[in-house]
Design a protein around this ligand. Structure first.
Ligand code: NAD
Ligand code: GLY
Length: 369
């Protein structure tokens, strides 16, 4: 029962790799590793959590063994609060127990939390061993697993400890989404909508033509696959142009500047990342309308899509002064200037700094709550 497999290249000069997308592909992880040139017989540490390992762990390990690999499995507790140096130490302990060598491999089987931690553990074990990403949330499929950003949270802030470490392969099996909670699915859709607004009008129209985007059941397999392919292609292209975020990669932060402020001020765990990004896209859209750099019509098309996905669009009850302070604390601030990724039209954004505090304040004060 061979399904169609799509292969998207991530064209990096030093670390090129493929994103393999196909229903049921998780059953063929062993074969895909061989195709990616990963040596038969090596030791592999698979890192996952119970939400994922219970439904998919057995079949995954069997495929690895069938292809001659020597896998072992480490289960980490689920949740963003586990994305810390202590969990990385657990992965390193398991790497030591399993005798992982320079030529060994780690595989992240899970959402963005597992992906970021495992990627970072691989980047730092023996000064860097290979990693493969097998994302099982929509958000990790379309974003976190691609592009080599790895890391964990520091007690003073999110993702403060990290490294760039590109995977050897990203393998996406959309059928694993059937067990994903609906709220997590919708949070991933926020990133999909982001790709549509920043550069893909075909994707935007595809989403607009769907009657409902609130859960997996609202989409047929073909549409879901198209959505994933469009999003992964966008990420692959941007990362290929700018691996280390020296320039254009920053457009992936569309909606994230206000989104991070919301996550910061409301406390991590109140909003899922994608939900905060949804509200952030509304806010930056309103700021762009206020500055006459995009139309009210486009802003309302974006809002309709977010509403159709069941994502939050109302600005939370936050003090504007606190939001401004939080914006200045964002990683993306350079020389005290907040860089905003501003929409120009559906499918096009630009990076702008030097937006005055008054403009930001006026926008935030007028946002619907
Ligand atoms: P997550 O990894 O916490 O997963 C969400 C929940 O879904 C968890 O409880 C998880 O156990 C569960 N789960 C995962 N797959 C499942 C499945 N198929 N079936 C059932 N349950 C499943 O959250 P996420 O949204 O995937 O990732 C968020 C993290 O990703 C954040 O830490 C964020 O910083 C990071 N991130 C990284 C990048 C990057 O470029 N590296 C980009 C975006 C986000
Ligand atoms: N998630 C943004 C990036 O990978 O650059």
């Amino acid at each position: 029962m061979h399904q169609t497999i799509h292969r998207i290249p991530v064209r990096l000069t030093n670390n090129p790799y493929e994103i393999v997308i196909g229903k049921g592909s998780i059953n063929c992880i062993g074969e895909e590793l061989l195709k990616a040139g990963i040596k038969k017989g090596i030791k592999i540490l698979v890192v996952s959590n119970e939400d994922v390992a219970i439904p998919y762990g057995d079949i995954f390990l069997k495929s690895l063994e069938k292809c001659g690999y020597q896998p072992s499995l480490l289960i980490i507790e689920a949740g963003e609060n586990q994305k810390n140096p202590e969990s990385v130490a657990l992965i390193h302990d398991a790497a030591f127990s399993a005798n992982l060598e320079r030529g060994s491999l780690m595989i992240a089987l899970g959402g963005g939390v597992i992906g970021d931690m495992t990627g970072f553990a691989a980047a730092t074990w023996l000064r860097g061993i290979s990693v493969v990403q097998v994302p099982t949330t929509l958000l990790a499929m379309v974003d976190a697993a691609i592009g080599g950003k790895t890391g964990v949270n520091h007690k003073k802030g999110k993702n403060l400890i990290g490294a760039f470490h590109q995977p050897k392969l990203v393998l996406i099996d959309p059928s694993t989404l059937k067990t994903l909670p609906e709220r997590e699915f919708r949070a991933g859709m926020a990133e999909v909508i982001k790709y549509a607004v920043i550069g893909d009008t075909i994707l935007f129209n595809l989403l607009e033509n769907c009657a409902d985007l609130k859960n997996l059941l609202a989409l047929n397999d073909k549409t879901l696959e198209e959505i994933i392919i469009h999003s992964c292609s966008a990420k692959a292209e941007i990362v290929s142009l700018d691996e280390r975020e020296g320039g254009i990669r920053a457009i992936l932060n569309y909606g994230h500047t206000f989104g991070h402020a919301i996550e910061n001020l409301c406390g991590y765990g109140t909003w899922l990342h994608g939900e905060a990004v949804s509200i952030g896209m509304i806010a930056i859209g309103e700021l762009a309308v206020q500055l006459n750099s995009w139309s009210k019509e486009d802003a309302s098309r974006q809002k309709e899509l977010l509403l159709k996905t069941g994502l939050p669009v109302l600005w939370p009850d936050l003090k504007t002064e606190d939001v401004y302070k939080s914006l200045l604390g964002d990683k993306k601030v350079k020389e005290g200037r907040v860089n905003f990724v501003m929409p120009k039209q559906i499918g096009e954004v630009e990076i702008k700094d030097g937006i005055s505090k008054d403009s930001i304040k006026q926008c935030l004060d007028n946002l619907p709550r």
